[in-house]
Design a protein around this ligand. Structure first.
Ligand code: NDP
Length: 296
């Protein structure tokens, strides 16, 4: 029987832990606060931001909601980040990506105070992650680590294959897999669009993480017998339903399930974990900035 790894259930556990940590900070007079910045008319981005705000409210994290016109000058966004950096009441800053083309997204990531960079994407935080001294682990790969731990998947000595090398998912995921300690010590291969004979690489994986953004590209023929398959993809494809679309992963769930020992579904796998780890990082940011030890 293939285990379906339930991201909603594990995310619920993380939220409960975070809620307890918020209560402990509250006793010290500290209320963690996350500022979200949206500079986009994209309905999906709007939905993501409002979901993140609701998640915060649920566990007792305060939110500051900044919305900028998508055609406002880039300087407005850079100035907003400077103001939030200087605001002692704000512990975490999340700029919803993607930003409009006229904005330099690398500058955006560089501008956020590294101590408030709860997405973990500032060069300093990426550097610390690579050095094995992470301050905030990027939410999606961190969530995957937690998900694997909750499913009792041992990474040590295993062959991990990551499909995708983005700054957001693939690169930090591979880095976490090769770190010393729990959730690491895996022998890791990173694949991308120039990889030759991708199927041969993916079939060799004990743990396969698919983060390519290509609907259902990993099918059963690309999965080794008994592998653990983690599907990061969230892809909108046309569907014959009321909405006219549905969300699918990068993995063809049905055929991959035939081979896998365990697999994450889409939705209900990695997505809820990404959201939960943002709360986790925000609480740790509040603790760090107030000099109180975090319970997390
Ligand atoms: P990017 O587009 O930034 O990166 C995709 C990566 O996949 C690139 O490295 C690219 O290679 C590689 N790739 C693309 N096509 C192929 C292919 N045919 N074969 C092998 N490699 C390929 O995407 P993200 O990393 O930001 O996101 C990946 C997916 O995960 C998306 O569907 C996204 O929506 C989803 N996502 C889900 C999250 C969640 O919480 N569940 C969070 C973040 C993202 P190259 O570098 O050579 O171009």
């Amino acid at each position: 029987m293939t285990e379906i790894i339930d991201g909603n259930a594990v995310a619920e556990d993380v939220r409960a832990e975070v809620g307890d940590a918020v209560d402990e900070l509250d006793e010290e007079g500290v209320t963690p606060t996350l500022a979200t910045v949206l500079m986009s008319d994209d309905p999906a981005s709007e939905t993501y931001v409002s979901m993140k705000q609701n998640d915060c409210e649920e566990v007792g994290i305060d939110t500051v909601d900044v919305e900028l016109d998508s055609d406002a000058p880039a300087e407005e966004l850079y100035d907003t980040i400077d103001e939030l950096n200087a605001d002692d009441d704000v512990n975490g800053i999340l700029v919803q990506m993607p930003v409009p083309d006229h904005v330099d997204d690398r500058r955006v990531l560089r501008s956020i105070d590294p101590e408030k960079d709860v997405d973990g994407l500032h060069p300093e935080n990426i550097g610390r992650l690579v050095a094995g001294d992470a301050r905030y682990k990027p939410c999606t790969p961190h969530g995957i680590q937690r998900l694997l731990a909750a499913a009792d998947v041992e990474t040590e000595g295993k062959d991990a294959v990551v499909v995708g090398r983005s700054r957001l998912v693939g690169k930090p995921m591979a880095n976490l897999f090769i770190q010393y300690g729990e959730g690491g010590n895996a022998t890791t291969t990173v694949c991308h669009s120039r990889t030759e004979d991708l199927a041969e690489k993916t079939r060799s994986a004990d743990i396969l993480v698919a983060a390519a953004g290509v609907p259902e590209m990993i099918d059963g023929s690309m999965v080794g017998e008994g592998a653990v398959v983690v599907d990061v993809g969230i892809n909108q494809v046309d569907a014959d339903n009321e909405k006219g679309y549905e969300l699918v992963g990068d993995v063809d769930f049905e055929s991959a399930k035939e081979k896998a020992a365990a697999i994450t579904p889409v939705p209900g796998g990695v997505g809820p974990m990404t959201r939960a780890m943002l709360l986790y990082n925000t609480v740790n940011a509040a603790a760090l900035q107030s000099g109180v030890e975090s319970a997390l």
